[in-house]
Design a protein around this ligand. Sequence first.
Ligand code: FAD
Ligand code: NAI
Length: 509
Amino acid sequence: FSFLRFTWRLTYLSAIGGLAYIGYGIYEMRNPEDQPPPDPTKKTLVILGTGWGSVSLLKKLDTENYNVVVVSPRNYFLFTPLLPSCTTGTVEHRSIMEPIRNFLRHKKASVKYYEAEATKIDYEKKIVHISDDSEIKGDISSTEVPFDMLVVGVGAENATFGIPGVREHGLFLKEVGDAQRIRNRIMDCCETATFKDQNDDEIKRLLHMVVVGGGPTGVEFAGELQDFFHSDLKKWIPDITENFKVTLVEALPNVLPMFSKQLIEYTEQTFKEETITIRTKTMVKKVTDKYIEAESTGPDGKKILEQIPYGLLVWATGNALRPVVKDLMSQIPAQKDARRGLNVNEYLVVKGTENVWAVGDCAVANYAPTAQVAAQEGAFLARMFNQMAKTQEIEQQLSELSVAQEKAPNKDARDQVFTEIKELQKRLRRVKQMGPFEYSHQGSLAYIGSEKAVADISWLSGNFATGGTLTYFFWRSAYLSMCFSTRNRILVLMDWVKSKVFGRDVSRV
Ligand code: FAD
Ligand code: NAI
């Protein structure tokens, strides 16, 4: 009996301890400590962007070592892997956004943030020109930010390959605003298709959802859309059941080219069961407001040009360079052969420069443009910058000690300084030991709809490919654990429960 009482007391005390710990965590999060102001005597480190690369750098950077300035038009970090889920309301967009202000307010020393776009980097003058692109503008809406060190982490923009009509009529899926536009357009198409006296051809067109690009963005979106239709849309708007159709158009012979062959086949088979039509070897050449013009290759190798009517068109054909990156490349002779982004060396230094680094989708380091790569690059730069600051500090101490050694009044004092110098030199060697950036691939994951996912996972120096419902649970837990903050994790979890219990919201705003 007394053992039971003891166990009960222990559990009770642990629960109180746990609650107190969580409570203190929340209190600390809500009430950050005062930060020392930026130190202008230190080197100015300017970081462009608040995406995967830049935020991962900021997370690990000791901001006491530099005068840190962040410039980005987006005052939040976006957890892009769950963005496709926002297009249908499985996850609400605010759940995957983390305000950059909250995050920076918790750094050791304060960091200046400007909500602005870098419009030009003047490499020679070491200046970034910035411009406030938001709706409200003050008397000053463009100015210059000087730098000693610069990290370019501005990501990429959507590739359209100059295909006419894409920008005017297609919707992209890169930012929060894109996901909101898609969510509204889906509902608009459904409501317009059920408008009184709508004719059959028009109903079919309006309910034809076309996704161009069979990379992971296109595949994940098509899967989410089909889920939305099966679990919610056809229940609440039964009139659309017959005609609602999702088509995925891909120029190459198969979708998800970066996944292993068996997962490509599994995805294509799952899409067939979900009644998503895949049109491979079909290249879109032109887009109008009501149809796309696509060239497909028939089994006999003949090219056929056809018009495919659509209601919603989502364009997901990969990345293109941002103008500010293109402009920087044109200033550096060593970048003249660069095509897909800033060529960087194994320490992520932009080739041909001394004080400019690049991370993520705007840098070319022979890895795929993924969040995983960008995050590891950012973390590497943080370690390197922290180490550079430590090196400088030790070198400063060493030069002070050598002066002290010269001025030492007797042999004993000189010997003592000599021992200190030896110790510091040893520490300096240890600190300087930092190898080049090495990417460690953890695997690729993608959701393909119907509560199934595919995963190519690197494990114990081997590769293992898996797909299905269990992989879907793995996908969910992996992404939940990768969310930026505990707050994001809780919000995403609540969204998943909410959409499962009450269904997704079919209202249009
Ligand atoms: P981004 O994260 O795009 O950040 C760029 C930042 O720069 C933004 O803050 C932007 O506002 C800012 N910026 C833009 N222009 C300027 C300017 N002129 N001046 C200053 N700042 C500027 N990868 C994975 O590994 N796994 C996934 O599951 C996955 N899912 C994805 C799903 C979707 C829908 C998309 C679109 C991408 C996905 N990716 C995924 C890819 C991943 O999001 C990118 O590789 C990653 O975001 C690249 O990080 P980045 O820091 O280079 O750029
Ligand atoms: P992508 O570059 O991976 O795929 C684009 C696809 O569009 C290509 O297969 C290409 O052949 C096709 N295409 C191009 N032009 C076309 C045309 N005119 N007509 C028809 N098809 C055309 O682009 P995506 O999916 O946007 O991904 C960008 C990056 O983000 C990739 O590196 C990807 O790995 C990463 N990402 C990773 C995810 C994950 O790991 N789950 C999810 C989303 C993106």
